[in-house]
Each structure stands twice: as C-alpha cells, then as structure tokens.
Design a protein around this ligand. Structure first.
Ligand SMILES: *Cc1c(COP(=O)(O)O)cnc(C)c1O
Length: 393
C-alpha cells in the first residue's frame, strides 16, 4: 500500500510530523548558565560546602510551607529515607498502589518490610483510598502515596483514613512538584513528602532528591540515619545551585504546561486518548508525564505497544506506562489486598507523553494532534504492516 499525501503515518513511510524529534530536556536556561559561570570563577563548583545547599533547603521549605527540608542524592533514596523517617522496619507492612514506580516497591523490600498492594481508582487510575481500610492490619506502618502521570491521588481521603488509624503517609511528589492539591502543595499532605531532581524531572540537577516534613521527629530520625560523621546521601553545591533558579520558575512553567494540556486534551480525546487529569477547581496538576488511557478497541484493535511505536516514529516522546508491580514480582514478595483489576488494566493501557513538548508553541501541539490522528485513521494498515514483519523485522 502506498500513500502520496501528508496523511501517511511515519511508521508507514511518511514524513514525521515532528521532524526534529522531541524537544531536549533540560532546556537551555540563561539563569542556570549564569549560576554555573559564577561558580566556575569562584571555585565553588568543587567545594564540599557553600551557600547553595542551605539556601535551596530554605527556599523549598518556604515554597512548600514546611518546617524541615533535607536534600539527598536521588528521589529513590529520598523515598527510602522517608520510609525510615516514619519508622518502617523489618516485618512492617507498607501499603502502596499495585501500579507504582518500581523503585517504590523495591524500597519497601529493601527495608525488609512487606509491600501490601491495593488497586487503583477506576476513574483516576491513581491509588484508590476506598481500598485502604481493608488493607490495613496491626502491622501497617505507612501508606506510600504516589501521584502519577499528572494524576492526583485523593489525598484528603487518604489523610482521613491514616489519621483515624494513626498510620503515617509518605507522599511521593516526584512527578508533580508544585502542583496544588485541594489547597495544599503536592508533597505536603503526607507526614513526609518526597521530590526528585533526576535528569528527566521538572526540577532537574541530573540526580538528586528532597524530603519535606513538618514533623521534627521524622527529620531527626532521617538525619541520624544519614549523618555518620559525614552525609551519606549528599546533594552537591553545584546541584543545589542549578536547582534554585529552576524553583523560581516552577510555577510559571507548570502554568504553561497546564495551558498546553488544556488545548491538547479535547483534540486527543476525539482520537480515543483520554487524559488522566485536567485542571479543576480543586486541583492544579503539574505534568511531568501526561498520562492517557488507550483503548485498542477505539483504534481498530491496534495493540498499545505498536501504537506507541507509531507515535514515536512521528518524533513524539510517548511511552507505555509502568509495569504493575504485582505482574512483575513473585507473589511471595508482596501481599495483594483485594483484586487488582484496575492496576492490571493500567499496566496494559497506560500511555504517557513526556513533558518537554508542553512548553512548545501552538504549532507543535497541532503537529502532535495531526500525527496521532493519522495513526488512528491508518490503524488497520499499521497493524497489518507489523504482522507482515514491517518495522520490527
Ligand atoms: C522519578 C521518580 C522517583 C525517583 O527517581 P530518582 O530517579 O531516583 O530521582 C520516585 N518516584 C516516582 C514516581 C518517580 O517518577
């Protein structure tokens, strides 16, 4: 089959709609460049101590309106430290969603505690607070709540349950720093909150993480673990220095990303892609990934992974979501609290669009929609092309 017009999807030989590929991250940022120039001259780039780490902690504390901020070497270590901070120990249980960042599951195991997996809310595809009561036992030490793919866990409901049972919440805000959830910043609904400064994240230093809490005993317990005559999980001065101007810009950039999602969402919905979360009166999301539900039935049966391959061929940074933890780990490593049907569905149907494109102008948003539209229109041919050995050879 041949095409002679702009309707031909790139995977079938057409010209990609985003011919230059997905935009790079991090973006060129004059304020970061300026900080680095100054550090090169002063030699601060190579020193153990300086003003930037304490100043970043102060800025993060003020921004989130929390008492204590500790910075560390990654979001993964921040989750580990947060779990330690709320006292998770061997033989404890930690409740988390079956669909979650793999390292969150592993962190629970690392502390020799048992991950107790609960299902997702069928509408939001985030941890379902209605599943918590029946998951709680006398061993439950903490609930680990992650806001994923621009979506938002109903944290006030989780807070209510945790308070009534005196269980701690660790809130993973790695994917939505700066989001406003029901009147509070993401990461401040938990007894302790966690941020990541990894290389793809909205605030990036290549690596790094932070822990937010207003509870002195949690901060003290973490410090006792981390400070062994020296900081065992340090964030460097140079990392802290480049994060400070990014934090200053976070609200503006989150707003721009929300505006792009607002424009993109109705256009994509008409092509069978439903975003997980749009801004509402109660929720101003932050989009690190924009999560979508994909229904193959709506795209002539085109399997999700082939759909992703076709979208990526257009120069668009789309990926499948996470693997659900109950599907990739042996059943002896966790306890399933009830059925995990929605998490299984999310494992099979989640799609995510990477955030850098959300800061691009209108023409790029238009190109994305055009690319996805033509893939949906030619879904049948793409499926045939693949089964004939097409792109995957
Ligand atoms: C990125 C991320 C983390 C932490 O990742 P690091 O690369 O270790 O900073 C934790 N949780 C979620 C949900 C994430 O997306």
């Amino acid at each position: 089959m041949t095409f002679h017009d702009s309707d031909c999807p790139a995977i079938l030989g057409g010209v990609p709609v985003c011919a230059d590929g997905a935009p790079a991250w991090p973006r060129a940022d004059e304020s970061v460049r300026e900080v680095l120039r100054t550090m090169i001259h002063s030699g601060d780039w190579g020193r153990y101590h300086g003003p930037h780490v304490p100043e970043l902690c102060r800025q993060l504390a003020e921004y989130h309106a929390v008492e204590h901020v500790l910075v560390c070497c990654s979001g993964t270590s921040a989750v580990e430290l947060a779990l330690r901070g709320v006292g998770v120990q061997e033989a404890d249980e930690v409740i988390l969603a079956a669909y979650d960042f793999k390292a969150n599951f592993q962190n629970v195991l690392h502390l020799k505690a048992t991950p107790v997996l609960v299902d997702l809310d069928p509408v939001t595809w985030q941890l379902d607070p209605n599943r918590l009561e029946s998951a709680i036992t006398s061993k439950t030490r903490a609930i680990l709540v992650s806001h994923l793919h621009g979506g938002v866990v109903a944290v006030p409901h989780v807070r209510e349950i945790a308070d009534s049972r005196q269980i701690a919440i660790v809130e993973d805000a790695c994917q939505n720093p700066g989001a406003m959830l029901f009147g509070r910043r993401s990461g401040t609904w938990g007894d302790v909150g966690v941020l990541s400064f990894g290389g793809s994240k909205l605030l990036t230093a290549g690596r790094g993480g932070a822990i937010l809490t207003s509870r002195m005993e949690i901060a003290e317990r973490i410090k006792r673990h981390v400070l062994r005559g020296n900081d065992a999980y340090p964030l460097s001065e140079i990392q802290a220095a480049i994060l400070r101007p990014q934090l200053d810009q976070l609200d503006d950039l989150n707003e721009r990303r929300r505006n792009a999602v607002f424009r993109l969402a109705p256009l994509l919905r008409s092509n069978s892609l439903t975003p997980l979360q749009l801004p509402t009166r109660d929720v101003l999301p932050a989009y690190y990934k924009l999560g979508f539900r994909y229904c193959p039935e709506d795209a002539k049966g085109l399997p999700r992974d082939l759909f992703v391959e076709a979208v990526r061929a257009e120069g668009i940074a789309m990926d499948p979501g996470f693997r659900a933890n109950h599907l990739i780990h042996g059943s002896r490593r966790f306890r399933a609290a009830g059925e995990l049907h929605v998490a299984t569905q999310a494992d099979a149907q989640m799609l995510t669009l990477h955030h850098p494109v959300l800061l691009e102008d209108e023409s790029v948003i238009g190109a994305i929609v055009a690319g996805i539209k033509r893939i949906c229109e030619h879904a049948g041919e793409i499926a045939l092309h693949d089964s004939a050995g097409g792109t995957r050879g």
